[in-house]
Design a protein around this ligand. Structure first.
Ligand code: FES
Length: 221
């Protein structure tokens, strides 16, 4: 996984002014209206927030020390209110020519030498949404409104139970296929497998509101 400093193209010892200048330049380049993408934009924004919150080079070394999904026997036992989430980036699924319906999708991903930004696992507690838990683990997943209105945060639940607290936008034809909004969903099973970044799936693209609707004020600062 690229460190926040790599994302902004600066050294780990950069001063505050350099960080601010790099962020402003990168966030404009990365915006979908200027040739970037939602994902790239959010990666830059998250990198800036992490540096501002005190992230340093030592944090990065610790974070990337063990990118492997542990073997079953090595996994820690979960509390009753916790869920182990395995995640996979839909961009990888497309690049590899895999299908969401492949029975061995996550087994293939485990053997593909993917980075932790693309494939891995984390544990989520009972008081978090899936999106919040992913972010707490340093992952940058697409989102915009954080309130169930835009579908940028959509994920496909491949295994496990993951109801949404509310839903005003996804039709039943999608929820029946396991599509959920990560800003509104939380797992109820102890194990779950999800594919994130599925906003470009047929049908979802038509429902999606552009990121610019939610970030114009920030860009205009
Ligand atoms: S971030 Fe907009 S629906 Fe989840």
């Amino acid at each position: 996984m690229a460190s926040p400093f790599d994302v902004l193209g600066i050294d780990p010892d950069a001063d505050d002014e350099t960080v601010e200048d790099a962020y402003r330049a990168r966030v404009k380049e990365a915006h979908p209206d200027h040739g970037g993408s939602v994902r790239e934009f959010q990666t830059v924004r998250k990198a800036y927030e992490r540096i501002r919150d005190g992230y340093d080079a030592a944090d990065h070394a610790e974070e990337t020390a063990d990118p492997e999904v542990p073997e079953e026997a090595e996994r820690e036992a979960l509390d009753p209110d916790e869920t182990r989430i395995q995640y996979l980036d839909y961009e990888v699924v497309q690049e590899k020519g895999w299908q969401l319906t492949d029975d061995d999708l996550f087994e293939k991903a485990a053997e593909a030498g993917l980075g932790t930004e693309e494939f891995g696992e984390f544990v989520i507690g009972s008081k978090q949404t899936l999106l919040e838990a992913a972010e707490d683990h340093g992952l940058v997943w697409p989102y915009a409104c954080r309130g169930g209105a835009c579908t940028n945060c959509a994920v496909a639940v491949v295994e496990g139970e993951m109801p949404m607290s509310s839903n005003h936008i996804l039709p039943s034809s999608m929820t029946d296929r396991g599509i959920r909004l990560s800003c509104l969903t939380a797992p109820t099973s102890q194990e779950a497998k999800i594919v994130f970044n599925v906003k470009h799936l047929p049908g979802l693209d038509d429902l999606r509101l552009p990121l610019s609707r939610f970030n114009r004020a920030e860009l205009d600062d």
